[in-house]
Write a protein that binds this ligand. Structure first.
Ligand code: HXC
Ligand code: NAP
Length: 284
């Protein structure tokens, strides 16, 4: 899969990616570097960030600044913003991608387990948004937020309830600020991915033998999971000036998964062709 945007699309832009050392954050960051962006990657594990930045530098030749930061700590976020500006001058985009998640029946969760997900996903996103937004507004600089949610932000989902509550909050934040901060030339958009294989997600959402029992591709009308480059293309577009008139949108990239789950008769796909043949014969 190739990158879709032309060379230099993000040249001169500085983009911060939370959770940028692994998984989807790393893949989106790599493509943004290829398009000429300066990247700041941040998460809790400094060793992972340093390793990723060295790898990305080698692969793309682009500039990557790793800064350790727990998104639940406002002071650490301010430190990322300061370091990014010291290194690159101005920040142009923030990709709120960091998350925590696990599967569990809700009645088995402690209140601390619920807190931990809400604190990373919802609080982490509004902390970063508040810090970066205030900075842009004070300096009269335009900016772009891109928030990674998922489709159960609007459908809800059992067994990942803290994550569903948090992603719903992030979606509300995205749409609310798209309107309120447009006057400051700050755009806010979101992407709702369906399943894209990453170590972080798969180990927590399909732990143990579950990965042998459930194949996420079976739920998806296109019968496959997403490829990182497909998400990276979309994220780079929404971060770029090509999407300058898109504000307050959530773009779903899930092969049709969530609509299928909602369709009253979608389960009929399990009826074999021979049965359809018989029904047609009876009708005629
Ligand atoms: C129930 C759990 C649990 C689990 C932890 N806890 N794991 N409860 N089931 N599997 C409880 C603990 O018992 C504890 O509560 C509390 O949560 C905090 O646990 P810690 O282990 O101390 O937390 P910490 O070390 O900070 O780790 C945070 C984490 C971890 C969220 C639990 O998984 C993590 O670091 N995740 C980051 C990356 C990640 O999750 N990536 C996947 C994103 S995928 P008590 O009461 O015992 O103190 C994603 C996909 C969405 O979002 C859509 C897919 C289609
Ligand atoms: P991942 O690799 O586990 O990414 C999560 C990242 O968040 C990690 O880099 C982690 O790094 C960071 N993080 C966690 N807690 C943090 C904290 N307190 N402060 C700062 N950073 C923190 O999983 P992924 O699959 O790439 O997920 C990326 C995003 O896509 C998430 O928002 C997820 O909800 C979303 N998503 C994924 C899928 C999928 O199928 N993969 C589908 C829909 C949505 P540290 O551990 O170093 O902090």
């Amino acid at each position: 899969m190739e990158g879709m945007l032309k060379e230099g699309t993000l040249k001169g832009k500085t983009i911060i990616i939370t959770g940028g050392g692994t998984g989807l954050g790393k893949s989106m960051g790599k493509y943004m570097l290829e398009l000429g962006a300066n990247l700041v990657i941040t998460s809790r594990k400094e060793d992972v960030l340093i390793k990723t930045s060295e790898e990305l530098l080698q692969q793309t030749g682009g500039k990557v600044l790793p800064v350790a930061c727990d998104v639940r700590k406002y002071d650490e976020i301010l430190n990322v913003i300061n370091k990014a500006e010291d290194e690159f001058g101005q920040i142009h985009g923030v990709l709120n991608n960091a998350a925590g998640n696990f599967i569990s029946p809700t009645e088995r969760l402690s209140h601390r387990a619920f807190d931990i997900i809400v604190d990373i996903v919802l609080k982490g996103t509004y902390y970063f948004t508040l810090a970066a937004g205030k900075n842009w507004i004070a300096k009269k600089q335009p900016g772009t937020f891109l928030n990674i949610v998922t489709t159960y932000a609007w459908t809800g989902s059992g067994y990942v309830v803290p994550s569903a509550c948090s992603k719903a909050g992030v979606l509300a934040l995205t749409r609310s600020l798209a309107v309120e901060w447009a006057k400051y030339k700050i755009r806010s958009n979101a992407i709702a991915p369906g399943p894209f294989p990453t170590e972080g997600a798969w180990s927590r959402l399909l732990p143990g033998d579950l990965s042998n029992q459930f194949n996420p591709a079976d739920r998806i009308p296109l019968k496959r999971v997403g490829q990182h480059s497909e998400l990276a293309n979309l994220a780079a577009y929404l971060m770029s000036d090509f999407s300058a008139y898109i504000n307050g949108e959530v773009v779903t990239i899930d092969g049709g998964e969530w609509l299928r789950s909602g369709g009253e008769f979608s389960h009929l796909e399990h009826i074999p062709e021979s049965v359809w043949d018989q029904l047609e014969k009876n009708r005629k």
